[in-house]
Design a protein around this ligand. Structure first.
Ligand code: CTP
Length: 392
């Protein structure tokens, strides 16, 4: 995900520095080249030896060693992204006022790339007006500052000031380095199940977890698009906060949300497992179990994909088909009936594919008659496969 990307981590003095060990591992695992610079006090919180071993690069702490000079300008220009984490109160204040009394600050001032900061400090320090003013100042200089988290702090106090977790920092790094392939494109995605109320406590639903739709939302986002996800109840959620989420419960609500968003979309992918039938009327009170049998009258829900197929004015429209028999011919019929440009066929017959799995295997059918099969892979890789197939 970060193959070929160059990340420069600058560590300042805070207990949270130990979390950079995990961040370094995550970055290297994601394919990034990692270099690390530290303030003198940061070395008291985490061992440079551990960090140099994990990053596979020497950790720099001083302008000069016995026989060499750390070229801060070169480092600042080398990186695709500089990450100041943890950002201590002291380093923050120096960054806000342009002080340059250690290597981290010299590299920061020389950096030509974007700088992402993850502050960490005690709650009272965090809420101090000077800290908040310094945060506003470094933001105004164009740096990105991640939110601090609330919880137990090293001082024993409970409050705001904890550094964002390594996974959160990793996601912010990935988001910063996303491609621009689909810049200015708006994507609409439906995901997850719908719930159709029988009475105030019961409903009809299905096994969908929304994982495939969310993987698609993330894949589009990572290619630079603006993404709106209409998510059914209980659907997993995307890891990038910039993806707009609209939560809905019923098929009718999903229909209304999709119709409203569709005119602004360039591409719509309907990955939701929408209920095909809904109770004619939801009982206003809990239904008591009086009778031996209980007839439930259902009526068809509105078909969102079909409706968007009627309304489309140049949007690329992609639907899914979940089949248990005659998969290819049923899917091709859906493509025609619903006026879609592509149908992604999920076959329940394939092991490792379908509801709840982290893997999937699909066949993408195009309206031009093409049929492209994927291998069994993670849902993230399948999402990329689908994008590659429908965009090229
Ligand atoms: N779909 C939809 N609205 C519905 C039902 C389905 O938008 N009320 C969409 C799904 O999101 C999917 C496609 O239609 O993109 C096909 O869904 P699927 O459940 O495979 O087929 P159905 O059209 O529901 O037909 P059937 O259940 O008879 O196979």
């Amino acid at each position: 995900m970060l193959t070929g990307k160059k990340i420069l981590i600058a560590i300042s003095g805070s207990i949270a520095a130990y979390k950079i060990i995990l961040l370094t591992r995550l970055l290297v695992k994601a394919g990034a080249t990692v270099k690390i610079v530290m303030t003198p006090s940061a070395t008291q919180f985490v061992s440079p030896l551990v960090l140099s071993t994990l990053s596979k690069n020497p950790v720099l702490k001083e302008f000069m060693t016995e026989d060499s000079w750390a070229n801060h300008v070169q480092l600042g220009r080398w990186a695709d992204l500089m990450v100041v984490a943890p950002l201590s109160c002291n380093t923050l204040a120096k960054m806000a006022s342009g002080i340059c009394d250690n290597l981290v600050l010299a590299v920061y001032l020389s950096a030509t790339c974007k700088v992402l900061c993850a502050p960490a400090m005690d709650a009272d320090m965090w809420h101090h007006p000077s800290t908040q003013e310094n945060i506003s100042r470094i933001r105004a200089y164009g740096n990105q500052v991640l939110d601090v988290e609330a919880g137990e702090l090293a001082s024993g106090l409970v409050g705001e000031g904890r550094m964002a977790e390594p996974e959160v920092i990793l996601n912010a790094i990935i988001a910063n380095l996303r491609s621009t392939e689909l810049k200015n494109k708006s994507i609409l995605i439906t995901a997850g199940p719908t719930q159709e109320a029988i009475d105030p406590v019961r409903f009809i639903a299905n096994h969908s977890t929304g994982k495939m739709g969310v993987a698609l939302a993330e894949a589009f986002y990572l290619r630079g698009a603006t993404v709106t996800l209409i998510a059914g109840p209980g659907s997993v959620l995307p890891k990038f906060s910039e993806i707009t989420i609209q939560s809905v419960v019923s098929a009718q609500q999903m229909y209304e949300a999709a119709l409203e968003a569709f005119p602004k979309a360039d591409i719509a992918v309907l990955a939701a497992a929408v209920a095909d039938y809904t109770p004619v009327m939801a009982a206003p009170q809990k239904i008591k179990k009086k009778e031996a049998t209980f007839p439930l009258k259902l009526q068809k829900t509105k078909d969102i994909l079909k409706k968007l197929g009627e309304l489309k004015t140049g949007q690329l429209l992609i639907g899914f088909a979940l089949e248990t028999s005659n998969a290819l011919s049923n899917a091709r019929q859906k493509l025609i009936d619903k006026n879609a440009d592509f149908i992604v066929l999920n076959s329940m017959e394939d092991t490792g594919a379908g509801f709840g799995y982290d893997t999937n295997q699909v066949t993408v059918l195009g309206k031009d008659g093409t049929t492209t099969e994927s291998s069994l892979d993670s849902k993230a890789a399948i999402a990329d496969f689908i994008l590659d197939t429908v965009l090229h």
